[in-house]
Design a protein around this ligand. Structure first.
Ligand SMILES: Cc1cc2nc3c(=O)[nH]c(=O)nc-3n(C[C@H](O)[C@H](O)[C@H](O)COP(=O)(O)OP(=O)(O)OC[C@H]3O[C@@H](n4cnc5c(N)ncnc54)[C@H](O)[C@@H]3O)c2cc1C
Length: 337
């Protein structure tokens, strides 16, 4: 049986960042990816300033210094000051990360779907056995490794988006609690397309799609390709003996905003460092969990009563936007941009 020190399932941002760190340290690493191309996935590709510490600026599609925020009560133009936001094509991000991981010595095998996990090996494409000392599950929100570990997923969001050819100049965010379901919407312009979507704390994807269609009609946005996926934000640990979870598989994504690229890259790196050094204290994951907990407390408050989002979206946020210092304080606590 073929064997590697570390087998990583999934070549998304979490898997590729883990692979890069481990290979750089001289470990024998194999990444197994079920798709034939690295990168393309259902995602709006929005990045914030903190991503720029780990992603080179030359691969981003666009940078925005202003954000247009729509609430039921009004539209606000927010000057982002020293916290610009960006969009990136997931294909470009994936290709860049794969190149870096390979440069460090990681092996990435495409069209390799892991069908089954055993105590010391995985079964690829239903027949080939590959052994491991350590297994890292970076296989996304619907993780096979997580299911093998018997860890339930109870907290998810659904996000639906259209990939549109309609060009938009501004990055826009919508806050709404239509039909008693808290939702956020976005328009994220890229260099050759625009992502327009809605995310919500509901299992009703059809309702989200209807709302998204309404938004597209209102804004005269052409709809080319519809995509939908769930985002797991149910974190329940990441170290399970010689098996690890990172990224969406571990539930590191933000429960409040659906943001998960940064969390995936950071948690992948941290898991790799933990394999290299048994005494590693995971400072990055500790910080990430602190912000995540604050965000989920806020989400909980917003969900207690339907009046609360109305007050927050339509009175508190406009007031907040007038007070720069208060705005900065809230952003620091909840890590929004
Ligand atoms: C509509 C939508 C919009 C989003 N917008 C944003 C955004 O603007 N900004 C942001 O930061 N985040 C966004 N996210 C979240 C972000 O996409 C994820 O958090 C991020 O991709 C997580 O990275 P990951 O590496 O953990 O998993 P993924 O990117 O999901 O990668 C998992 C990989 O594992 C592979 N895989 C799965 N199962 C197997 C298997 N059995 N065998 C082999 N390979 C397997 C998959 O093919 C995939 O390549 C969005 C999500 C959605 C659904």
């Amino acid at each position: 049986m073929e064997k590697y020190e570390i087998v990583i399932i999934g070549a998304g941002p979490a898997g590729l960042s883990a692979a890069g760190v481990l290979a750089e340290a001289g470990k024998e690493v194999l990444v197994l990816e079920k798709n034939r191309i690295i990168g393309p996935t259902i995602c709006a590709g929005g990045l914030t300033t903190k991503d720029m510490d780990i992603i080179p600026k030359n691969i981003v599609d666009a940078e925005f210094n202003h954000l247009i925020l729509h609430t039921v009560k009004g539209t606000y133009e927010i000057d982002l000051g020293s916290h610009p936001v960006f969009t990136v094509s997931r294909e470009k991000l994936g290709q860049w990360m794969a190149k870096e991981a390979k440069k460090s010595g990681a092996e990435i095998r495409m069209a390799c779907c892991v069908k089954e996990i055993k105590g010391n090996h995985v079964l690829v494409n239903g027949c080939k056995e590959i052994g491991y000392d350590y297994l890292i599950g970076t296989d996304g929100s619907n993780s096979l490794v997580r299911r093998y570990l018997n860890i339930p997923v109870k907290k998810t969001q659904i996000a639906v988006q259209y990939i549109s050819k309609t060009q938009r100049c501004d990055i826009e965010v919508f806050l709404d609690d239509f039909k008693n379901v808290l939702k956020y919407g976005w328009i994220f312009p890229h260099s050759s397309f625009t992502s327009i979507g809605l995310g919500g704390w509901t299992r009703n994807a059809a309702m989200l799609r209807r709302c998204l269609d309404g938004l597209c009609d209102k804004l005269f946005v052409e709809r080319t390709k519809l995509e939908a996926a769930s985002i797991n934000f149910d974190y329940r640990g990441f170290v399970f003996g010689n098996k690890f979870l990172a990224g969406d598989a571990a539930g590191f994504a933000s429960g409040l905003t659906g943001e998960g690229i940064y969390q995936a890259i950071l948690s992948g790196e941290e898991v790799a460092k933990g394999i290299l050094n048994k005494n590693y204290g995971y400072p990055g994951i500790k910080h990430l969990l602190k912000v995540k907990n604050s965000q989920e407390k806020l989400l909980h408050i917003l969900s207690i009563n339907r009046c609360i989002p109305h007050i927050v979206f339509n009175s508190f946020i406009p007031l907040l936007l007038k007070r720069r210092n208060l705005c900065r304080m809230v952003n620091n606590k909840y890590g929004l941009v």
